[in-house]
Design a protein. Structure first.
Length: 329
């Protein structure tokens, strides 16, 4: 018997062992998801991110017989929840509903942040985008945005506006408007949209700068008056509300987006499975109507398209944040 003949059984045994070792991992990936998925929501209940995250979780559960459980991890402008998701084991069982605030603004605003969104997270699926809306209490003396500007010029630093927190796109939309209108309104940060909403409804702050989804229910109920949206185009959900640009502030355009991310290193086939499931939902009339009813605009993307958007906005907002002079310890 030759040496090569003797080695054949050994080679076969090694090959079989290698295949057997990889088979469970392949079977586990193929069966994804084989257990409940946690969706980290980096803001408190009731805000725009929470509303859309719960909608996606609910519809994924209903349509695919999965179990997707929202888990609110609020604080620090959404960065606590994103950081927790970035540290999670990259198996696809910890996903996060990120948005512009904590993915492309916060890294330039906070002096020390434990994650880099481009390196530590993988883009899975874009869900929706929305303009920011400037609202006031329905009984407020401010009937138009021009009323606000006139009052702010007459008494600088006395008109107050609430936001979901320091470092959010919404906060910076207010600061950018301050600069465009050459006024000084005082920013009052809250821990999430709901807390800010309660204070503007109570008259404790003059205005609120908000995502449309966060404010939509109170606008529909007639308790809030929308003065302007900050996007280049009018909101589909608020067609009678003018844009800031229409009111004389040329090229004013601030909006935000929402999407699902996973920790970097998550298997590509898991990312593809999640993307396909979410995009399938976004294509249904029911899901489109539900998102529009919340004041957002549904928009699907491939993981590659969403990753490119993340990278582009990440670089763009570096300049915006640095120009604003805003930083957080």
């Amino acid at each position: 018997m030759t040496r090569s003949t003797l080695l054949r059984p050994l080679a076969f045994a090694l090959a079989f062992t290698a295949v057997a070792a990889t088979a469970p991992a392949q079977a586990q990936t193929a069966a994804y998801p084989a257990k409940p998925i946690r969706m980290v929501v980096p803001f408190p209940p009731g805000g725009g991110t929470d509303i859309l995250a719960r909608l996606v979780a609910q519809k994924l559960t209903e349509a695919n017989h999965w179990t997707v459980v929202p888990d609110n991890r609020a604080g620090a402008g959404g960065t606590i929840g994103i950081a927790e998701a970035a540290r999670a084991t990259p198996t696809g069982y910890d996903i996060v509903m990120g948005q512009k605030d904590n993915m492309v603004v916060a890294p330039w605003l906070y002096k020390s942040l434990s994650y880099n969104p481009v390196k530590d997270l993988t883009a899975v699926a874009h869900v929706a985008y929305t303009p920011v809306v400037i609202v006031t209490q329905a009984n407020s003396k401010f009937k138009t945005l021009d009323d606000v500007v006139k009052a702010a010029r007459a008494a600088p630093d006395t008109i107050t506006y609430g936001s979901p927190g320091n470092g959010t796109t919404i906060h910076l939309a207010g600061e950018i408007f301050n600069g465009a209108a050459k006024i000084k309104m005082r920013h009052v940060p809250y821990k999430g949209s709901n807390a800010a909403m309660m204070d503007v409804l109570a008259g404790n702050v003059d205005l609120m700068v908000s995502s449309v989804p966060s404010a939509m229910a109170q606008i529909k109920a007639g308790k809030l008056r929308p003065l302007a949206v900050t996007s280049a185009k009018r909101s589909t959900s608020l067609p009678d509300t003018p844009t800031v640009a229409e009111l004389g502030y040329k090229d004013f355009d601030v909006s935000t987006w929402y999407g699902v991310f996973v920790p970097a290193g998550t298997p590509k086939d898991v990312v593809a499975t999640l993307n396909a499931a979410i995009n399938k939902l976004l294509a249904t009339p029911e899901m489109k109507a539900a998102i529009i009813a919340q004041g957002a605009e549904p928009q699907s993307m491939t993981p590659e398209q969403f990753a490119a958007l993340l990278k582009t906005d990440y670089e763009k907002w570096k300049g915006i944040v640095q120009a604003s002079g805003a930083t957080i310890e």
